[in-house]
Design a protein around this ligand. Structure first.
Ligand code: BGC
Length: 555
């Protein structure tokens, strides 16, 4: 197995240029500001930065409504700044991934403007039209409660256009070969400017058959994924696609491709939801089930794992009573909920700022089978501003210091207000202070990321879920090249004593070396390990000799 597939053991950090750092003082983050903060990201141990959309956009869906794919929105800088940024990231050994939003464009995009203005426009067939209002116009909305329909009448066009998302995001007719060629051109453009791949937005909708006659679930054109993959790999051998596809486990391999010929990575929504259920209920059984159900068929396919992202925590795949348990625990108030299926808060307030539970959640994120994707600000435990609409509440300016606007911008008028009051205000929660405090969440995170990077077994190894006899304790064991690591996580508010047999690899002592503290474990006279986990406690163990670091280097 080739071990230079970088994405198998990457640490991905997701941010939007807009909210990270403002260098020119206009109240909006920009590439120059981001460049000033690259050493921070490097110091944290980030190996790949995922940028949310930064192309020219009216900004009605935070850039997910693109009006020009081949540009940088002037609020964030220029293409020149972008190239400087990728260069500076590479100099620090970090890769750059960017969002690829090609299910739809902004309605301000010149293609759509041309398409609606002239039935003979070459762009007319780039979108999805219907003369009459389709019967299913009131079905399939992605943002229920906010979005009323999926077909909207355009006076100028004299027809209805299809939009899976908001009405200002007309769907591209992705079955049109010209549209497909354009998607490849967009990929090629950014690859040429130095990106290592794409987080591909809304993949099931990109490949779905679209049109007024579709009844029931649309057919998906999986061949499209193969075309994207082939193009990408031909242009840049080590580039990847990380797909956003909230699908059922039985469909996973259709997206990865049976021969590894489609998506390299996908976000694991199934694990995400059952993980939050485990945090809410302390019952890890559905999480264990989700981990088993989503085990990929081959080693090069990789999950992207996350706790919170820039969207709501979508609980739509949980059973109704499980969903209610998570709502009750983490988002009991209607103001915390969104689209009838999710919670829009950041992680720290959801866990009531409880350091033990935050550590549990991140320790888990870093040790589950997949590649961790961190969200900006979560490393310091940033909060949310529920006074802001929809998902904006968790997209506030990064909190760098206790200076005005949290050090994000000298301008008091920022794109969204910085959180300046309460337990999560920038006076309490900021990078500068946490850098100085050896016991801070930030410094803890940095150390954990370092341990994750020293534990390549997670990315490459075979994972086994061990039964340690407690439904509130998840025990994961990875084996790779005769190295074994073991992770224990106790989701319960009370301590738990777990007992198990290890069966170490041949020739290894029956010993568990704790990689985070001196608290190692030797098997007792009956050949069993007995470990006492604290409330919400966790352990990272390496099986066998104390010289693990030395042996690792021989792999
Ligand atoms: C993104 C959302 C966005 C939507 C429409 C998604 O799935 O994650 O933030 O609103 O696509 O582009």
């Amino acid at each position: 197995m080739i071990t230079d597939l970088w994405y198998k053991n990457a640490i991905v950090y997701c941010l939007s240029v807009e909210s990270f750092m403002d260098a020119n003082g206009d109240g909006v983050g920009d590439f120059r500001g981001l460049m000033r903060r690259l050493d921070y990201l490097h110091g944290l141990g980030v190996t790949a930065v995922w940028l949310m959309p930064f192309q020219t956009s009216p900004g009605r869906d935070d850039g997910y409504d693109v009006a020009d794919y081949y540009s940088v929105d002037p609020r964030y800088g220029t293409l020149g700044d972008f190239v400087e940024f990728t260069h500076a990231a590479h100099q620090r050994g970090m890769r750059v991934l960017i969002d690829l939003v090609v299910n739809h464009t902004s309605n301000q995009h010149p293609w759509f403007q041309s398409a609606r203005s002239d039935p003979n426009s070459p762009y007319r067939d780039w979108y999805v039209w219907s003369k009459k209002k389709p019967k299913n116009a009131n079905e399939g909305m992605v943002f229920p409660g906010v979005q009323k329909t999926t077909w909207t009448y355009d006076k100028k066009a004299g027809a209805y256009y299809f939009h899976r998302f908001y009405d200002f995001q007309p769907d591209l007719n992705t079955a049109n070969p010209d549209v497909q060629a354009e998607i490849l051109r967009i990929m090629g453009f950014w690859l040429q400017l130095g990106v290592s791949g794409f987080r591909m937005d809304a993949v099931p909708f990109v490949i779905a058959e679209k049109g007024a006659d579709i009844v029931g679930p649309p057919t998906e054109h999986f061949d499209m994924l193969r075309t994207f993959r082939e193009f990408l790999q031909w242009r840049r051998g080590d580039a990847i696609i990380l797909a956003e596809a909230n699908i059922l486990p039985e469909d996973d391999m259709k997206y990865f491709g049976a021969d590894g010929d489609r998506m390299h990575m996908m976000f694991n929504f199934q694990v995400n939801q059952s993980l939050f259920y485990a945090l809410a209920s302390s019952d890890t059984r559905p999480l264990a089930k989700a981990l088993k159900a989503t085990r990929p068929d081959y080693a090069t396919a990789q999950w992207g794992l996350f706790l919170r992202n820039h969207d709501e925590l979508d609980l739509g795949r949980l059973a109704p009573e499980q969903r209610q348990t998570v709502f009750d625990a983490f988002g009991p108030d209607a103001s915390m909920q969104l689209y009838d299926r999710g919670i829009r808060r950041r992680l720290a307030p959801m866990l009531q700022g409880d350091r033990r539970r935050l550590e549990l959640a991140y320790s888990l994120l870093l040790s589950l089978p997949g590649t961790p994707v961190l969200r900006y600000g979560d490393e310091i435990g940033m909060g949310d501003d529920l006074a802001l609409p929809e998902r904006q509440c968790a997209r506030t300016p990064m909190q760098w210091s206790n200076e005005p606007q949290g050090g994000f911008s000298p301008n008091p008028k920022t794109f969204l207000p910085a959180i300046d009051a309460g337990a999560y205000g920038f006076e309490q929660v900021n990078v500068a202070e946490q850098c100085r405090d050896p016991g801070s969440l930030l410094n803890w995170m940095e150390r954990m990321i370092r341990m994750r990077q020293e534990t390549q077994e997670i990315g490459w190894g075979d994972v086994e879920i061990m039964d340690v006899g407690h439904k509130s304790v998840l025990a994961l064991r990875y084996t790779w090249r005769n190295n074994t690591v073991l992770f224990l996580h106790n989701f319960h508010a009370e301590g738990q004593v777990v007992e198990f047999r290890l069966e170490p690899p041949a020739g290894e002592p029956d010993r568990l070396v704790n990689v985070l503290s001196d608290d190692h474990s030797e098997a007792n006279a009956e050949g069993r390990h007995v470990i006492t986990l604290e409330p919400y406690g966790y352990r990272w163990f390496r099986v066998g000799g104390l010289d693990y670091a030395y042996r690792r280097s021989e792999r």
